[in-house]
Design a binder for this molecule. Sequence first.
Ligand code: SF4
Length: 345
Amino acid sequence: MDNKILNPHNYIDNSRPVNNCLFPLNIKPDQHFYCNIKVNSNFYLENDVIIYVILFSGWLVLLMLIWDEQMTMKTLRVFPRKMKSTPDDPESIVGDPVPNFRKDFDLIKISVTFTWDKEKAYRLAERWEKFGKVEIGGPAFDDPGGDFTPGLFLKPGYAITSRGCPNNCWFCLASKREGNIRELPIKDGWDVLDNNLLACSDSHVKSVFEMLLRQKERVKFTGGLDVSLLKDWHVDYLSRMRLESVYFAYDSPGDLEILVETGRKLRGVLLPRVIRCYVLIGYPGDTINKAEVRLNEALEAGFIPMAMLYRGGVWKREINRDWHDLAFSWINYKMLAYRIKRLKI
Ligand code: SF4
């Protein structure tokens, strides 16, 4: 046979026994392949091993190149507004490009949290596109979210250990955007932003609590815990943590009974100042009087209320002045302190 170069991918010899083959590829004896390497008919096994090693090495090199590109790809994160949670490292910027901006980023990711910032994000995209490829995403664009990387789109210290929610409350986008509850790998942090941590499996919740017990900083449950899922062993864990705040929610009058019961349970084991509650106000059908009643009920149940003004899912919505003033009076620390003192909590 000619000493021709063979392509091992399309040369198959069915006459060859297969029981000495390590790789699903047959090379006929005395044929040359690749760099005209002469193959002895007695060395099927060695021959296959060589091919295997060559192909495997090729794949390895390719994977390393891809990995290297991913690792060395410089990504800038851009945020439409500055918030407490916005990262402040050198690879993150709020707003427009600054004068004399360096043009050495491969990808510019604009991360948008609130739907009313979408228009601003589009404007930012136009200004940033001359500095690199631009991608817009984030919760405002219904991004279902993947695994959580601490410090990437939230400052170090924040933790998200699950996404989604099994409930589908009419005013909330958690399950609409992220689907049913999904547990993520647990990364260290001390401010937990999960939508509904207690809806996760007991083993996941326990692992998160153990992670929080290791933290040097005071723990915050800013994402909130669901009162209807709170069990005694959760309370026991909470009582062993150095807590800054643990939030629950009072979204409709029907939640009052369980809120009062939970408040009674928590007040026995946690400091009063850490027990807090989001109170949804200003939704269709709500009135200033009704909202004030709910805020006071939460306070009397032992929770420091935080008014959450319903803004709907629209891009822009003017906030009614009365609702704005009511919400502010229940967020302002001094006014809250006065109310707490008056109730002798
Ligand atoms: S409000 Fe809470 S319980 Fe309801 S869907 Fe949103 S995250 Fe889930």
